[in-house]
Design a protein around this ligand. Structure first.
Ligand SMILES: [Cu+2]
Length: 64
């Protein structure tokens, strides 16, 4: 299933790369597409949202 996270604090390609790289480390995530301000993740089942939020926030951004 596909879930979209809106992210505050991203401004450029470096932010996109940082979020993308961090999310790719999560084994539950099959696909991830990140743009400035948004991450669309594909998971087999319902995503572990708290964990995904945490990973994004650990990179210094805020999930809104
Ligand atoms: Cu940036």
């Amino acid at each position: 299933m596909q879930t979209t996270f809106r992210i505050k604090g991203m401004s450029c390609g470096h932010c996109v790369k940082a979020v993308e790289t961090a999310l790719r480390r999560l084994s539950e995530i099959e696909q991830v597409k990140v743009t400035v301000g948004e991450a669309v993740v594909t998971t087999a089942g319902p995503p572990n949202e708290p964990q995904i939020r945490q990973v994004i926030e650990d990179e210094g951004y805020e999930v809104v």
